[in-house]
Design a protein around this ligand. Sequence first.
Ligand code: DC
Length: 265
Amino acid sequence: MTPADLQLKPKTDPTRPAGETPETLGAPQGRDALIVTIDGPAGAGKSTVAREVAAKLGLEFLDTGAMYRAVAALTIDHEIDRTDEQVVAKLARDADLHFDWTTDPPTLLAFGKPIMTRLRDRDVSALVSPISAMPEVRDVLVTLQRRIGGRHPLLVTEGRDQGSVVFPNAPVKLYLDASPRVRALRRAEQIGAGADLDSIEQKIIDRDLRDSTRPVGPLVKPEGGTVVDSSDLQFDEVVDALVAIVHEKVGADLLTAIRRRESRG
Ligand code: DC
């Protein structure tokens, strides 16, 4: 990794949301920054894989899906109009979303209170997709994520837009893919008896199309990223493959950055 790899893109960078400047972009730079992004479609197992990759590499882990889920939960619990983008975005700003990094995993707080236990509730899961499609909400969370990256520059960050939009200059950008059939099989296993595999697969194909064609934060393979297809791999094999790519790309820099952090205490 050279310093040039960490430089910010020019102001005309089309991947940057409107209104972002190099100052607000906040992408960590310099010798101590080492961000690994993991993008990919829903159901490819990004979250669990990313968590394990972070643990193996000794990096912190940012779950950006949790942030979108928190905004959905707040929208429901504050009983605001869930179709009013401006009101939802204002709530997202006012909530002062931030993680307590002293716990493992880090605890997400909104309005000063932990919100983690609410994030996987059925009503939240049902609302998070339309909420995450709101450009103003994405703007708020993208800015927050860059700020977090600035303060926690030794980071694995997971979410569909992390390499493509949020940290386009990250030294390691991974895209974790899996075929719709395999993702449907994994989902069917979670559901258990009675799951209709063909219908689940069709829903996944439809969602991929919606996700990849939406105007803000679409699902794309990040420029210069490495695609890993996990369709034929076991969990441990996926983790090992990603860890190997990180080592191959920034092995020496990773060790140096971690040693520097440790020597600072
Ligand atoms: O990964 P997850 O299931 O917790 O994500 C929740 C929702 O938020 C899902 O609809 C994808 C969306 N999301 C997003 O649009 N951008 C991100 N960076 C992370 C999640």
